[in-house]
Design a binder for this molecule. Structure first.
Ligand code: SME
Length: 167
């Protein structure tokens, strides 16, 4: 149906350019949140090097609840005052954490994770959830990853319709 390949051989800007094109193609005409979230997780995980987890936590009005993802089974619920995900959600700022062991309150879902990037997802000004990627490498994510992941999140958010969002 849709073939993904490793983009590891490309410079980061080109990796994210290719991913953005592929994400647009994957979501074209589809507005279902779970379907598009699941495919974005699979696309990123199968294309980018040195990731051990990529996926979503969705805000249920109280806390973050595990959504579509790729990687090892993860914590089901994260309170807004906990972890890198909770911090991204409450500050509404992308968090780039070069060393998760140095982040107070980091939640270790997969003990292999050493660095992490979390993008808050806002839909029409409201918190929808967060996009979370983890790496087994220290300092895996930089400003290019932040810009690239934020652009992918924008593509995901613009695929949604108000009725795509429950609650
Ligand atoms: N490390 C995250 C928890 C989610 S897992 O990494 C999948 C955090 O501290 O919020």
């Amino acid at each position: 149906m849709f073939d993904t390949t490793s983009l590891a051989h490309l410079p980061k800007a080109a990796q994210y350019q290719a991913l953005a094109t592929q994400a647009h193609a994957l979501m074209a005409g589809e507005h279902n949140l779970v379907a598009n979230a699941a495919n974005l997780s699979a696309l990123v995980m199968s294309s980018l090097p040195a990731l051990n987890w990529a996926g979503f936590y969705l805000f249920d009005g109280t806390e973050l609840v595990l959504g579509p993802f790729q990687g090892k089974p993860a914590c089901l619920r994260i309170a807004l005052n906990r972890g890198v995900c909770g911090h991204a959600a409450t500050t509404r700022q992308t968090q780039v954490v070069p060393d998760v062991h140095a982040f107070p309150g980091h939640i270790a879902c997969d003990t292999a994770s050493r660095s992490e990037l979390v993008v808050p997802l806002l839909y029409q000004g409201k918190l929808l959830g967060v996009w979370d990627v983890d790496s087994p490498e220290l300092n895996r994510f930089d400003a290019a990853d932040q810009a690239g992941m934020e652009a992918l999140c924008k593509i995901f958010l613009s695929s949604l319709l108000p009725e795509s969002i429950r609650s």
